[in-house]
Design a protein around this ligand. Structure first.
Ligand SMILES: Nc1nc2c(ncn2[C@@H]2O[C@H](COP(=O)(O)OP(=O)(O)O)[C@@H](O)[C@H]2O)c(=O)[nH]1
Ligand SMILES: [Mg+2]
Length: 376
């Protein structure tokens, strides 16, 4: 009988797959297990490499997702795809030692614990071999916030290496956020009945090959995950990010306008029949709008659509131009709807606000499709 499924989310881990399978095989001698690689269509051909191994070893399976990214959702889908009574999630890059799997299995099947997980910060664990003191620190900070906010009191709630009964997971899978990568924390904070957790000290290693995908944005992604958990149902996370970036753009807009007005660029660059102050104002507004749009484009590209980030000069320039077009129409719709609301005798400030909301929704809907989306 199948006892255990090990889920390994992958993105560009081609050179780590074979070694990972070997190590799991060694660690799980005597068990009936399967390993499921959940790959998000990695450009380096990770899924194909996993299939190559799976052809010779039916314990290995592959789920390939197209047009999707995300560690948490990959882990959830992998766990739900197995019939094994016990499921584990671990990194595919060698940072998590499969040697711990057998002990974790003992703990979860003993009846004394619901969840077993590997902690980088438990008594007897180590992070020296990782060689990333900066990341150790970032994880420490995120862990402290996580403990405060969720009340989950573990030494490493951000760990990505854990095991539990499949039915425990499935009972609440529909309530998990699937955003960000703090899946263990998400499970513990979501499940109503308190879960009994057993901690295993982990010697967190350096990754075998390739590079980390989460480096730049650990703390940021974590905050996004928290937001999604608490408010995502009211205002969708992606839109909230987009709107926040937009609000920052308004600040940039005013700053640039103020700069142009106070330095008087317009005076110098525009000749013609306009009065000096008009020139300043028109040039100022054009510069301000351009600066704000560019600022919003860059920030949305880096943060809101981090996993679909446009890279390279040509895609960036194209994306910027499309974003510019979208926003230009957005501005027109904003002016028009503000006017329309005013005609309906809505108070000025409210009318302006209505226009802004409408334009943001428009900009969001269109740019998510045409700049960063499938049709981009
Ligand atoms: N399917 C999937 N796996 C991912 C994604 N991002 C990261 N991973 C995998 O999740 C594991 C942990 O990611 P890693 O980049 O090593 O993060 P770090 O250990 O925190 O630096 C690795 O096995 C990655 O290949 C993703 O967007 N989709
Ligand atoms: Mg890693």
């Amino acid at each position: 009988m199948l006892q255990l499924a090990v889920i390994l989310p992958t993105y560009n881990e081609r050179n780590n797959i074979a070694r990972m399978v070997e190590r799991i095989d060694t660690a799980l001698q005597g068990f009936v297990w399967e390993a499921i690689f959940v790959d998000d269509n990695s450009p380096d051909g990770t899924a194909e490499e996993a299939r190559r191994i799976a052809r010779a070893d039916p314990r290995i399976r592959v789920i390939e997702r197209i047009g999707r990214r995300g560690l948490a959702s990959a882990a959830i889908e992998g766990m739900c795809a197995s019939a094994a009574p016990i499921v584990a999630v671990m990194d595919a890059d060698g940072q998590h030692d499969p040697v711990l799997l057998a002990g974790m299995y003992e703990a979860v099947t003993s009846g004394d614990y619901d969840v077993a997980y590997a902690s980088r910060f438990a008594e007897g664990a180590s992070t020296e071999a990782w060689g990333r003191p900066d990341r150790v620190k970032a994880s420490g900070i995120a862990n402290a916030i996580a403990r405060k906010v969720t009340g989950v009191d573990l030494s490493d709630p951000m760990s990505g290496f854990f095991m539990l009964r499949g039915e425990t997971l499935r009972a609440d899978a529909h309530r998990l956020s699937g955003v960000g990568f703090k899946i263990l924390l998400d499970i513990l904070a979501t499940v109503d009945a308190p879960l009994r957790v057993k901690e295993f000290p982990l010697n967190f290693a350096a990754r075998m090959d390739g590079e980390s995908k989460l480096d730049r944005t650990v703390v940021f992604e974590f905050l996004i995950g928290l937001y999604d958990k608490w408010l995502g149902r009211v205002i969708p996370t992606r839109f909230a990010l987009f709107a926040t970036v937009g609000a920052l753009g308004v600040v940039v807009n005013f700053a640039v306008l103020w700069l142009v007005l106070s330095v008087g660029f317009g005076e110098r660059f525009v000749y013609g029949h306009w009065q000096g102050s008009d020139r300043n104002f028109i040039v100022g507004n054009i510069c301000a709008a351009l600066a704000a749009m560019t600022f919003n484009f860059v920030l949305n590209n880096e943060l809101t659509y981090a996993e679909k980030r446009l890279r390279g000069l040509v895609p960036l320039v194209k994306g910027w131009a499309k974003f510019f077009l979208t926003c230009s129409i957005g501005i027109l719709s904003q002016v028009a709807s503000t006017e329309a609301l005013k005609r309906l005798h809505v108070a000025d400030a409210l009318a302006v606000l209505g226009g802004i909301v409408l334009a943001s929704v428009w900009n969001f809907a269109l740019s998510s499709k045409f700049v960063w989306g499938k049709y981009g």
